[in-house]
Ligand binder design. Structure first.
Ligand code: ADP
Ligand code: MG
Length: 894
């Protein structure tokens, strides 16, 4: 697996340093110094044809003359030499490479071409991995490895920091040293020629020393890889991301409202949310959150208690908390009475607990102890201001003792100058995050609260919403493609709505009239009142030029409106080609809300879905939210709930509630449409009218990427997340004649999955998981039902009797991130055993693994599992027996 090859870079025994010079201030000189100074226990080979030795270490003229093959070559020569050196490294069998040299992509076209040359050389050597170019290097404190030109060595710790900016690396390093924060890895990725964020997240996700990951991102190159890697680990290791460079300008080129409303930054934001990352918005917040996670303090909930010796700062902290949607913890009666006993009468008698300015260390410590023990409190902020009686150092010591005895986060804000420094030092040494202001502390705390909240929401079990299509998808595609005109890449309202309609999204269908007589005829057929709209390939914003007339309720008015619209166009847009005027049903908009719904293709993350407040105010109020296909019921609902307009949908001030259920279904339907049509670059439903019983598209416009029309496009290559793999759904029959459905598992299956496991004996569970797996919780179930189809496919066997569905067994394939090896495991519940289901699932999963393009299928079982060993034997898997663990590893080339 090529991720494993990163071991060569992060845990090398022999390192060649190419381009090292005698000058201690040169990059090579500094790297050598750091390498030697960090206590690296392996061997370093400096390479330079002109020196005999540097720093007293013997130099070699080139990589092939070093005595033993290095694991890692670090290149700090001039850029133009790099392609040649990479080739020499490959020829010498060196597969791990860090290129520190600058002068590549960041310097324009010539540099870009040079980078391409390096890539060409790299591709010649199977398994070669490159970090950089234009990077600061890496530091792995646990391996005493500092291959960087940074000036300092950080402590050993559990945070991995990956940065696209070298300058930020050094700033974070300096700060971390002062704050006594340690790192597991410190990686400067530079221009990301090869090793990218996704690779590193996969590597660090598996790394035992890394507990959380911090990312400084300028841009993502491989969105699918990034998202799948981050999703694989976000639930077990917090990943905090900072995204630099927000370019609102890039949205301006868009034609539709959706295009204009979804900026690059919004898309990144949505991607981070969907992945389960915590996002921070400024550099200070990176520091603040790092401090909190670095000191192992992930809050369980948002209820904060504040203990202070001054009222003012506590009010500031409360403001910051409420603004960030946090909550002040409500203290229990027991805590209140204990506080009443120890505090002076004038104490605040509520949270924030103001112990008053004259408080000696013991009083604060006691108050802190009681508050921390309160079950209703998730975290504690201690604020101290220097008052005449205050002893900040002694109080810090007391707090440090108490913080050790609790799992709840304790954060501190020692406000003030010199008198506070000793106390702050003690807090830092005792792993208590400290902040210069109460707001900073609260903000960092709330970022992490939002992170855990978001994760919980992401993995909530969605309701099964059956989205049936009565359509022939092949024919719909053909119709769609034939509706694209040669002259314009914008589909007419009529054709746009027809496609929506085919996907079960209702719309008023416009019919074209070229004369007012024809318009009257259509109006009568449709029934009054009707709407007339201009029909022109050149006009996309119809009402802007007086091209829409509403509520027309008789023949005379139709004639009048027809002529009026024609006149309007003639005067306001004379050069527009007019194909006629359309007539459609007028929908009564009483007690309704107009929304905008759309999709747009982002250059990095592919197709995104947007929902927002519609009508003329759409762009003005910018009330919108983005999501990625595929959507499920919970994700769609969360999108709707995040709108400011949501209260209006729920029924506001005596108004009836609108049909949110239908709206959810429409979002899901739209996400299917988006997944099926990579050719659509923008789609706009504006407005989508939501009433108390229906959702209906009144206007729609689809913009097609004409470059893609007629091309063969890899299915779903335009999506950052893979949708449900419907192609794997098929019928099957068991030995006893029972008809079953084989299909990929989905999040909605949680209940059925748990029910299936409840029908398994301990032995069955043990032989599948090889330990007594505790499956009966939402967390466990969502790990097995809520999977990323890019890496994992689990096929369930489902049977239906009298409308009741049950799962009988599941075969699971988990691919490694590079899609080479796939691990297989199977479970069949007790009553379904001995009916050939295990064999059936194994054969089907084998076939899927092959179709998937994987190279090798492996599985583990035990010698006493005769059923499974027989299944694998019959299918000619290779067996390897491990005496110590009694495990049998079976494998087969695909
Ligand atoms: P534009 O090209 O200007 O966006 P629309 O087709 O959206 O034109 O029409 C403008 C407005 O007219 C819509 O926002 C909606 O409020 C109203 N409207 C359009 N079609 C209908 C209809 N069939 N029934 C009721 N109102 C409509
Ligand atoms: Mg419109």
């Amino acid at each position: 697996m090529s991720i494993k090859k990163l071991d060569k870079i992060f845990n090398p025994t022999r390192i060649a340093l190419i381009g090292v010079s005698k000058n201690p201030d040169s990059v090579g000189g500094k790297v050598l110094n750091n390498l030697v100074g960090s206590g690296f226990k392996g061997v370093v080979y400096p390479v330079n044809p002109t020196h005999e030795a540097v720093l007293g270490i013997q130099c070699y003229p080139d990589i092939k003359s070093v005595p033993r093959t290095p694991d890692l070559a670090v290149i700090c020569t001039s850029a133009k030499q790099v392609p040649d050196i990479v080739r020499q490294c490959g020829e010498a069998g060196v597969l791990g490479i860090i290129i520190m040299s600058a002068g590549f992509k960041e310097e324009g076209e010539a540099g870009k071409a040079l980078e391409e040359l390096v890539r060409i050389e790299m591709k010649k050597f199977d398994g070669m991995r490159i970090i950089g170019p234009n990077c600061l290097g890496i530091i792995v404190p646990h391996n005493n490895l500092n291959v960087s030109f940074a000036a300092s060595h950080p402590k050993k710790g559990n945070i991995a920091f990956i940065s696209q900016s070298g300058a930020l690396c050094t700033a974070v390093l300096d700060w971390a040293i002062e704050k006594k924060i340690g790192f597991s890895y410190f990686i400067s990725v530079g221009n990301i020629l090869d090793v990218n964020f996704g690779d590193l997240i996969d590597y660090l996700g598996e790394d035992e020393k890394t507990e959380s990951i911090l990312l400084y991102i300028e841009s993502i190159s491989d969105a699918r890889r990034f998202i799948t890697a981050a999703r694989a680990f976000a639930t077990t290791k917090p990943i905090i991301a900072y995204k630099a460079g927000r370019y609102p300008e890039s949205a301006k080129v868009a034609t539709s409202h959706t295009g204009a409303m979804a900026s690059e930054d919004d898309v990144y934001d949505a991607a981070f949310k969907r992945t389960g990352l915590a996002r921070v918005f400024d550099i200070r917040e990176i520091f603040d959150c790092t401090e909190l996670i670095g000191k192992h303090k992930i809050p369980a909930g948002s209820k904060l208690a504040i203990v202070t010796n001054a009222g003012g700062p506590a009010v500031m902290a409360t403001d910051a908390l409420i603004e960030a949607h946090g909550m002040l913890a409500d203290l229990s009666e027991d805590t209140m009475s204990k506080l009443n006993d120890i505090l002076p009468k004038a104490w605040s008698h509520a949270n924030p607990v103001d112990v008053l300015g004259d408080s000696p260390p013991k009083r604060i410590a006691e108050a802190v102890k009681y508050v921390l023990n309160d079950e209703k409190v998730d975290a504690l902020l201690v604020i101290l201001t220097p008052q005449s009686m205050t002893n900040p150092t002694a109080i810090a010591q007391e707090i440090a003792k108490l913080a050790k005895e609790t799992t709840k986060p304790v954060i501190a804000n020692w406000m003030g100058g010199k008198t506070m420094t000793d106390g702050i030092q003690i807090l830092n040494e005792n792993n208590i995050p400290t902040y210069p202001t109460p707001e900073d502390g609260v903000r960092a705390f709330m970022t992490l609260v939002a992170y855990s909240r978001n994760l919980k929401n992401l993995y909530e079990t969605p309701k099964n919403i059956s989205v049936q299509f009565s359509i022939d998808r092949k024919k719909t595609r053909k119709d769609f493609l034939s509706s694209i005109s040669k002259n314009s890449n914008i589909l007419s309202e009529e054709h746009s709505k027809k496609l929506l309609h085919a996907y079960g999204i209702s719309a008023t269908i416009p019919e074209i009239a070229v004369s007012s007589q024809k318009a009257i005829k259509i109006a009568r057929e449709k029934g009054y009142p009707v709407v007339l709209k201009i029909h022109s390939p050149d006009i996309t914003h119809k009402s802007d030029i007086g091209g829409v007339m509403l509520n027309i309720d008789d023949d005379t008015m139709v004639k009048y409106a027809f002529d009026k619209i024609m006149d309007n166009v003639k005067s306001k847009f004379p050069e527009a080609k007019v194909d006629g005027i359309t007539v459609q049903e007028m929908i009564n908009a009483k007690d309704s809300v107009e929304l905008i719904l759309g999709t747009k293709k982002d250059p990095v993350f592919g197709t995104v879905i947007m929902i927002g407040m519609g009508g003329t105010g759409a762009e003005l109020f910018s009330d919108k939210t983005l999501g990625f296909p595929p959507l499920n019921e919970k994700l769609a609902l969360q999108m709707i709930k995040s709108l400011k307009i949501y209260p209006l949908l729920k029924g506001y001030r005596g108004k009836p509630p609108l049909c949110i259920d239908k709206l959810i279904e429409i979002l899901i339907r739209l996400s299917y449409l988006a997944a099926d049509f990579p050719e659509i670059s923008e789609l706009d439903i504006n407005p989508l009218l939501v009433t108390k019983d229906k959702c209906i598209a009144l206007d729609a416009r689809i913009i097609v990427d004409s470059n893609l029309v007629g091309k063969v496009i890899k299915p779903y290559s335009h999506l950052a997340l893979l949708p449900y793999p419907e192609e794997y759904v098929k019928d099957a029959t068991l030995k006893d004649g029972l008809k079953i459905l084989l299909r990929p598992i989905k999040p909605e299956d949680e209940f059925m999955w748990r029910d299936m496991l409840s029908g398994c004996s301990k032995e069955t569970i043990y032989s599948r998981f090889r330990y007594y797996f505790r499956w009966d919780s939402h967390e466990a179930a969502s790990r097995y039902c809520f999977i990323d189809y890019d890496r994992e496919v689990a096929i369930v066997a489902e049977r239906e009797i009298n409308g009741e569905k049950k799962l009988l067994g599941v075969g699971r394939l988990v691919a490694d991130p590079d899609h080479e090896t796939v691990e297989y495991a199977v479970l069949v519940n007790d009553i379904s055993q001995d009916k050939g289901l295990g064999s059936l699932l194994t054969d089907y999963c084998y076939e899927i693994a092959k179709r998937w393009g994987l190279k090798r299928m492996v599985a583990q079982t035990t010698t006493d599992n005769h059923r499974m060993t027989a299944v694998f034997k019959k299918r000619k898997f290779k067996f390897e027996f491990d005496q110590a663990s009694l495990l049998v590893e079976v494998s087969k080339k695909l």
